[in-house]
Design a protein around this ligand. Structure first.
Ligand SMILES: [Zn+2]
Length: 173
């Protein structure tokens, strides 16, 4: 592989982890996830609640429908999640994929954990799983510093649609 080709490949590697919350989290008191867990769903953009974990929209999304899944419990260490929490977070990610498939029909998904600020985590003390729908070419048309304004759909509308499309019904738990 030539250097030129390598450079192109490298550029296509996706790093949404650095996009969200990094500045904002520093400026906000408290914990976004704990606040969301305790708040009103339509204000905090929670789309689904499970028993031990819940799903919310990223306020600074990489693409429409960028979801995050977190335990209700304020856990800063990945290894600190219980088996039950770790399982439910991933089950909720499955539900999120089901809902996003219905609403947006994306061509793929990225799921990932950012652990530590160097890895791009904006909120380092409450671990969370990113679920990002992907489309061919989205790294090209989305600016590196994604801004809510470039997204075609308002977040509250996204929240409504994802919530309603959640497999098995609307916030049944
Ligand atoms: Zn928290």
């Amino acid at each position: 592989m030539s250097n030129g080709r390598l450079a192109r490949v490298t550029r296509q590697l996706w790093a949404p982890w650095r996009l969200e919350y990094i500045k904002q989290a520093d400026e906000q008191p408290g914990c976004v996830f704990c606040d969301a867990a305790a708040g009103e769903d339509d204000e905090t953009l929670v789309v689904h609640r499970g028993e031990l974990a819940f799903v919310l929209l990223n306020r600074f999304p990489y693409s429409s429908g960028h979801l995050m899944v977190a335990s209700y419990r304020h856990v800063g260490e990945f290894g600190g999640l219980t088996d039950e929490e770790a399982l439910e977070v991933h089950r909720l990610a499955q539900g999120g994929i089901g809902a996003l498939a219905q609403v947006y029909g994306p061509q793929g998904y990225n799921l990932g954990w950012n652990l530590g600020r160097i890895a791009g985590a904006g909120i380092v003390d409450h671990v969370h799983l990113h679920l990002v729908p992907r489309w061919a070419g989205d790294t090209n048309f989305m600016p590196v510093l994604a801004d809510v304004k470039v997204l075609p759909e308002h977040l509250t509308e996204t929240r409504r649609r994802v919530t309603e499309a959640w497999p098995g019904g609307v916030n049944e738990s």
